[in-house]
Design a protein around this ligand. Sequence first.
Ligand code: NAD
Length: 485
Amino acid sequence: PKEITTLVTFFGATGDLAKRKLYPSVYNLYKKGFLKDHFGIIGTSRADLTTQEFQDFVRDSIKEFMKEDAPIDFLRHFDYQKADITKADDYAKLKALIEKLDTEFALKGNRIFYMSVAPRFFGTVAKSLKSEGLLSENGEFNRLMIEKPFGTDYATAEQLNNELSHAFNENQIYRIDHYLGKEMVQNIAALRFGNPLLAKAWNREYIDNIQVTLSETLGVEDRAGYYDTAGALRDMIQNHTMQIVGWLAMDEPASWTDQDIRAAKNAAFNSLKIYTPDEVAENFVRGQYGPDAANTQNGYLNEKDVPADSQNNTYVAGKLAFASDRWKDVPFYIRTGKRLAAKTTRIDIVFKQGFNLFTNAAPLEKNVLSIIVDPEGRIEYTMVAKDTTAEFKTRPITLNWTVSAEDKAQTPEPYERMIHDTMDGNGSNFADWNGVAVAWKFVDAIQSAWDATQQEFPNYVSGSMGPKAADELLARDGHRWIYEG
Ligand code: NAD
């Protein structure tokens, strides 16, 4: 592997995310040889820790989440500085430590700043990095990794983006959407562009409709404080679902560089139709879960910290329309929700029906390519083949490939991949501002239409696949959800 020379400063270094994901990811990069001699890691947060205590914290995280003992040769690259990120004065100490490590490990002024803190701090930290002189002037790069959520609507996202822009330009900003780090989401491009049959058929001439499903079985659990202000629309559609749609809807990029990939995705996002309130009513369905059939699980309105009159959506299904030559009149159906029948992330590409040459009475089944992202990586292709009986009849058969245990063991976790890609300067699998902006405008239009009208809730049973209206949405177009839970 190509050794990477860089310093990474983790804001929020004592947080839950850092402990569960960030340090194990850095350790994996070290074990694989991407990080060897020339890396330095600085942790900073409000907590009062010595360098030794921070190294112990990192060692404990690796012990707990990887069941391994991190060697001292790895841990000695970690240092710590207590700082309150809201106080400009505190950045001077951080700057001094950054410069110390830069010299100690010969880091060439290459710097990554990872914001693993509450979103309200993102803008402040970015501004202070610049104003307090923490960005290097003579290094190869300064890069920013930023956690979710990126705003709570278009206006707040734009404001945040403007704040970041004071210190970083677009190609220095790595907006994390961990779905883009998932193996099978990254596999979409290989399938689409690596196979001539699929590459040629990936358009309105051959594709009938596309379905993206992100279903969860859990309810709101103890996150109602956040979730009741967000809902499934902002929590799952604006970010993860739309980013997956980007890989599905884009044209072939001019080359396999992050610039060209992001440009191609942006062209697709820019052709997405933003709905009027009437179109929202026609094309989108919201849901809120009630108790399960056996009445052993609470409905959403009876969950802890949920207001009794909440109109929040725990389920969303809808139809996207792209005004491009490739996708004119091809619906992209998307859905997500809590307390559904099964936990899965999957994409179903439904192809158009073939011409029926045969004299058997039944119409030919449509071909379906399914890309299953979670809980296990799988690709299924359902196609027409001959029935084996004496008469010449057809029937659907399914070709099936599943990620093996060996493959899985070698596959990096999304956070490892995202940290590596940022170190490597590859922004292909990060959310671009243009795409984020379009997704917010799209989602804001839906949310404001919903805010203006009351709906009767609950409207789906916990453990089902959502409201009936979501099935009717497809039935009106002569379609049906391929995945039934
Ligand atoms: P956390 O509450 O566990 O940790 C927050 C960290 O920020 C702590 O280290 C704390 O000391 C530090 N901090 C708070 N106020 C500070 C201040 N004024 N000055 C300096 N440091 C301060 O949060 P978390 O769960 O680790 O989440 C961090 C970020 O990652 C958030 O943006 C969150 O939305 C995002 N995120 C978290 C998860 C997850 O699984 N935990 C998943 C995806 C995204």
